[in-house]
Design a protein around this ligand. Structure first.
Ligand SMILES: NC(=O)c1ccc[n+]([C@@H]2O[C@H](COP(=O)([O-])OP(=O)(O)OC[C@H]3O[C@@H](n4cnc5c(N)ncnc54)[C@H](OP(=O)(O)O)[C@@H]3O)[C@@H](O)[C@H]2O)c1
Length: 230
């Protein structure tokens, strides 16, 4: 009996937004849960029928290729893994720029490249969790925003390149979302962490679900979410 459920891979599933995306997809997809903490991913998988851990450091190119090698058909690839390293241009050294781009851009490009044959086979969907910072840049956000602007350029080029292959590409641009990353942003800029004023990760996951369940004649290319409270 062939497995009829479609397959999704969510990077950053151990994080706030990626975890919510994995939970939102789980009723309709077998979900590969990306992250580095295998035990945490196993805990998450226990709650989600059809889900299984996919532990790999996305910046380890060799390990990434090994992890992707067995995936022959992929319906949805959600890139939610990311790092937020903040500081003014004056206080941001080269190593921080490299780290930020390594996870937020280079790893995304490499994983997409490795999985494109599987995505084409399925007529699949690539969703990139970008940011409001990928649309405009604020003081203290130079390296983070630059990585997200680059991620948007990557998505736009990929969409054009894959026209006609059946692969669709969506950039999702959330504003502040109540996760550990946002807790770090608040601490970095001396603000209170106020989750009630931010987007819920489940709301971002809802946008991802909207994109991947759009009818085949339609591509939702860019979705921008802002918290209503701020
Ligand atoms: N929170 C916000 O306000 C907000 C707003 C707009 C956009 N975003 C974007 O949304 C995405 C998810 O953010 P979040 O708020 O959910 O952050 P989060 O809770 O801090 O989660 C980050 C995720 O990225 C994974 N990750 C980081 N580096 C990795 C690496 N080298 N290899 C594998 N996985 C790695 C982490 O895995 P480990 O468990 O292994 O560390 C974790 O699962 C990011 O791209 C972020 O830029 C966030």
């Amino acid at each position: 009996m062939p497995d009829l459920r479609p397959l999704a891979l969510v990077t950053g599933a151990s994080g706030g937004i990626g975890g919510a995306v994995a939970r939102a997809l789980a009723p309709g997809y077998d979900v590969l849960l990306g992250g580095r903490d295998a035990a945490a991913l196993q805990d998450l998988a226990t709650d989600l029928p059809g889900a299984r851990p996919w532990p790999v450091d996305l910046t380890d190119t060799t390990a990434l290729a090994e992890a992707a090698a067995g995936i022959m058909r992929l319906d949805v690839l959600v890139h939610s893994a990311g790092v937020g390293l903040f500081g003014t241009v004056a206080e941001t050294p080269a190593g921080t720029w490299r780290q930020q781009f390594d996870v937020n851009v280079v790893a995304v490009a490499e994983l997409t490249r490795l999985l494109l044959p599987a995505l084409r086979t399925a007529g699949g969907h690539v969703v990139l969790i970008n940011s409001g910072a990928g649309l405009s840049a604020l003081p203290g956000f130079a390296s983070y925003s630059a990585s997200k602007f680059a991620l948007r350029a990557f998505a736009d080029a990929l969409r054009e390149e894959e026209t006609g292959t059946g692969v669709r590409v969506t950039s999702v641009h959330p504003g502040r979302t109540a996760t550990d990353m946002q807790r770090g942003v608040a601490a970095r800029f001396g603000e209170d962490f106020q989750p009630e004023r931010y987007l819920r990760p489940e709301s971002v996951a809802g946008a991802v679900l909207l994109a991947v369940t759009a009818p085949p004649d339609a591509a939702l290319t860019d979705l921008v979410l802002r918290p209503t409270a701020s």
